[in-house]
Design a protein around this ligand. Structure first.
Ligand SMILES: [Zn+2]
Length: 428
């Protein structure tokens, strides 16, 4: 096989140096001008690599097509989408990222050169033990790395590069999508699923090598509001009703074993994460998370019961609970397309990675896309410690992710032709 024009590591190092931090609270998509720089650059590079229909939308979404090279591909091979996001987390600066390569890692802690207080310790990162001999890529300790999700961008771009140089590798039509503002949760709403025109897609936005996710939270946001009665405190006796006490009473009723700080794995939570306190009106915003709809319903019911108990315990305080759906577990849809997960697992295996599925304790762009008619599991990128200064990836992480994508597109061709053989064999 011919190597790519540019190695996935070099590509990655080039992309992470471009500031694409997104920002909360903006009314435009993209939320920051800087995201255009990378989006336009990717469009240009896609054209150079021979991709077709390349365009950047008014919302900074990059679309492109790698046409099928399967002769007589009359629609038997599904059109597959591959997606990654260009933006990085608003939590930490994405400007002046200085990637550092720790070649031939020998084990032990890694001290980041720009800020020696930033240490990747084997104690907190037991996975480092699996990376001995690999080249680990970190920052200098002063910024995030942006492997989330420039690892996804770089691996997809390298796939396009490889397919252009190795035309003998069979693949169906591949649609490429690079999206903006994933980290603030709104960009994907501006993604044109219909124009994208894929039957299935994968976000390449996961973590640990081998991790495939076809399951996310089902998520609701509850706003619990307590109303009281404000008066001058000097003449408040018998008149004032302080809503703050209602809020405080309510918060202490939330079960201790049902919080994000006390749960893990498949166990859902309720999470009060913000609110306002005033005598007249106090409220809490509470995230409700569960993998099962019945569990989510139970959490909402519990919240309503606790709110009523507070109303009874705090005379004069009135309470109101509003609940909004945020996103749903993609598994509800993906269970009808088990081949998507199976193909990804098989692709990873062929790349020499031991694959596994792990539910995401969060949402992905794929959760929204899946419910908009584009079933979309998530594939690993080899990245770790997202959204922080200790974020890292590795040469093997990037290379194995690219290899997995390369196998994935071929597996879809194989399975389509196998299905065709079966149907021919079935004709009497
Ligand atoms: Zn991401």
């Amino acid at each position: 096989m011919m190597p790519p024009r540019e190695s996935v590591v070099d590509r990655f190092l080039r992309y992470v140096r471009i500031d694409t931090q997104s920002r909360e609270g903006e009314s435009t998509t993209p939320s920051t001008e800087t995201q255009w720089t990378l989006a336009r650059m990717l469009a240009e590079e896609l054209r150079e690599l021979g991709a077709e229909d390349v365009r950047v939308s008014e919302f900074c979404m990059v679309y492109a097509t790698v046409p099928s090279n399967v002769t007589d591909d009359d629609g038997a091979v599904p059109v597959i989408g591959l997606l990654a996001h260009v933006d990085t987390s608003p939590a930490l600066t994405g400007a002046n990222v200085k990637p550092v390569i720790h070649r031939d890692y020998r084990g032990g802690d890694i001290v980041l050169p720009g800020d020696p207080s930033q240490r990747l310790t084997t104690e907190q990162n037991p996975l480092l033990a699996t990376l001995v001999g690999d080249d680990i890529i970190t920052t200098d300790g002063t910024t995030l790395l942006g492997s989330d999700d420039k690892a996804g961008v770089a691996t997809i771009m390298t796939l396009v590069d490889l397919l252009a140089r190795n035309t003998g590798i069979p693949h169906g039509t591949i649609r490429i999508g690079f999206t903006a503002d994933e980290e603030i949760g709104v960009g994907i709403d501006k993604f044109d699923v219909e124009a994208f025109g894929a039957q299935f897609a994968y976000t390449v936005d996961g973590g640990e090598l081998g991790e495939i996710s076809d399951e996310t939270w089902s998520a609701r946001l509850a706003t619990v509001t307590f109303s009281g009665k404000s008066t001058h405190p000097g003449t408040a006796k018998g008149v004032m009703v302080n809503a703050i006490h209602g809020l405080a009473d309510f918060l202490t009723r939330l079960p201790n074993d049902m919080l994000p700080e006390t749960t893990e794995g498949r166990v859902g939570f309720v999470h009060p994460y913000g609110g306002v306190m005033d005598v007249e009106e106090s409220s809490a915003k509470v995230l409700l998370r569960d993998f099962d709809m019945s569990g989510l319903e139970a959490k909402e019911a519990l919240l309503r019961t606790l709110a009523e108990e507070t109303a009874r315990a705090c005379p004069g305080v009135r309470v109101r609970v509003e609940v909004k759906e945020q996103y749903r577990n993609m598994k509800e849809v993906l269970r009808h397309h088990p081949e998507l997960t199976e193909n990804a697992l098989e692709a990873a295996r062929r790349a020499g990675v031991a694959p596994f599925t792990r539910p995401v304790r969060g949402g992905t762009d794929g959760s929204k896309l899946t419910f908009r008619g584009l079933p979309c599991p998530n594939i690993f990128t080899g990245g770790h410690n997202f959204h922080g200064k200790l974020e890292f990836n590795s040469r093997r992480g990037l290379e194995k992710t690219t290899e997995t994508l390369l196998h994935l597109v071929q597996i879809f061709v194989e399975r389509a032709s196998r299905a065709a053989e079966h149907s021919i064999a079935g004709v009497p």
